[in-house]
Structure formats: C-alpha cells, structure tokens
Design a protein around this ligand. Structure first.
Ligand SMILES: Nc1nc2c(ncn2[C@@H]2O[C@H](COP(=O)(O)OP(=O)(O)O)[C@@H](O)[C@H]2O)c(=O)[nH]1
Ligand SMILES: [Mg+2]
Length: 236
C-alpha cells in the first residue's frame, strides 16, 4: 500500500497566543505539511505560524470558509497535492495531538471523512463549550437529522477528509456554514463518514471569535440553520 500524504489546514484570525501550542501538538511523523491561512490578523499570527514550521497563505476576504477554501486552493496547486486534508482550528491546542485518531479510518480504507467529536476532558462544572453554544448546536443537529436523515454528534471543526472526496463536495460556504455544509454534502454524496471522540479542553489562550459570546453564537447558529435548509432544497 502506498503511503497517503497528509496536509494540515489551519484557518487563523488573530491567533498568536493559541497557535504555538496547536502547532506543537501536531504529530509531525504523520503530517507532511502544515498550512496556516491568515485572514488578515493584526497580531503576530503569521510570524508565529512560520516559527512553528507552517507555510502561511494569506486570504484577505474574511470568513472561516473563505480561509479553508484559500488553503485548499493553495494545496491543489502543489506538484504533489495531499491525499488527505486535516482541518484544525488555531486554538485546538492539545486536541491536535489526537490527529492520528482521525487519520486511521481513512488510511485503513474504511472512511472518507472522519469527524472529531468534542468530548469534555476536565471534570469541572464548566464545559469548554458555553451552554448557549451547546444548545444552539443541539438545535442544528436535530434539524439536520430531520432534513437529511443522519444523526451527527457534533459540527466540530477538527476533521480529516480524503482530498478526492472533498473535491466532489464543491464546497462554497465562506463562513460559519462550512462544517455543516461539508457534513450534509458528504451525506448526499454517500461518503463513508465516521465520528470519533476527541478530548477537548477548550481554548487556553487568545480570544474566541464565535461561541465565546452570545452574539457570536447567534450569528453562527443562524447561519448554520439557514445553511441546513438551503442545502436541503438545493437542486444542483
Ligand atoms: N480565517 C479565519 N479564521 C477565523 C475567523 N474567525 C475565526 N477564525 C478561526 O476559526 C477558528 C475558530 O474560531 P474560535 O474563535 O476559536 O471560535 P470558537 O471555538 O467558537 O470560540 C479559530 O482558529 C479562529 O482563529 C475568520 O473570520 N477567518
Ligand atoms: Mg475555538
């Protein structure tokens, strides 16, 4: 069996504080290259990314999905594009250590898309994912189950996918619909999807741009609801 090449794609906006721990946690033995897509950070995200051994791609148009698309386009232009892309958030920290858990089902040929489902590690009263974000997530998961007939456990960003499968999905969401769009399109294309629990301790440094605030959660949650309905009635 020829070895599958793996590239990591990290969308990052003002992540100078959180990025070093994330880059340090990535198991280098299994990963050929790391791309950090900087979305116009005003801090030292770019420098920190290069110091941590990543290639930096710039995307001036804001948005989580826009950054992911720019990273994919960059990788597609390599002379040896990766066989597998692993998406990792800039603030993933120690969770990134578990990257192998996402790769194994793809490498062994039983899955095309592997989703890392967030499992709280600390035995504390506080989940690293705030209550309002968990409730919103639950609502959207229920809607996706109704519309697409598939019960997912999470829309966590940490995930690995075969590049040829990802290309089939023609992803185009430019912000917070990204993770949901990938999952429901994967269902529609009958990709083999696995969900694996990943220990998650939440952001250790830097500032949350989404779920950390109620307004961020409402914005992301509404976009996800809208995306679920739009994807369901999309004809193409
Ligand atoms: N490229 C890009 N990344 C973003 C943007 N907003 C947030 N991010 C990144 O997306 C990831 C998730 O954001 P985060 O603030 O951790 O959201 P939370 O986990 O819901 O609190 C992090 O890696 C951020 O740096 C954006 O507009 N563009
Ligand atoms: Mg986060």
């Amino acid at each position: 069996m020829t070895e599958l090449s793996v590239a990591v794609l990290i969308p990052a906006l003002n992540e100078e504080e959180a990025l070093p721990a994330t880059l340090a946690a990535i198991p280098r033995g299994r990963v050929n290259r790391i791309v950090v897509v900087d979305n116009g950070s005003r801090d030292r995200t770019r420098e920190v990314a290069r110091e941590g051994g990543a290639v930096v791609v710039e995307e001036s148009r804001r948005g989580y999905g826009a950054a992911c698309l720019a990273g994919m386009q960059h990788m597609g232009a390599w002379t040896d594009p990766p066989d597998i892309i692993v998406f990792v958030d800039g603030d993933a920290g120690g969770s990134a250590e578990h990257l192998d858990l996402l790769l194994d089902p793809i490498i062994s040929g039983v899955a095309d898309l592997v989703l890392g489902t967030r499992r709280t590690v600390e035995a504390s009263a506080h989940s690293p994912v705030p209550l309002h974000a968990r409730m919103g997530n639950r609502l959207v998961l229920t809607l996706v189950h109704i519309l697409f007939g598939r019960r997912f456990e999470d829309f966590a960003p940490f995930r690995a996918i075969r590049t040829d499968s990802l290309d089939l999905l023609s992803m185009d969401d430019r912000d917070w619909g990204w993770t949901l769009q990938m999952q429901v399109r994967a269902v529609r294309h009958a990709l083999r999807i696995e969900e694996v629990p990943i220990p998650h301790s939440g952001r250790r440094a830097g500032r949350s741009k989404i779920s950390g605030t109620l307004s961020g959660s409402i914005r992301a949650g509404s976009k996800m609801l809208y995306t679920a309905v739009r994807e369901r009635f999309r004809t193409a």
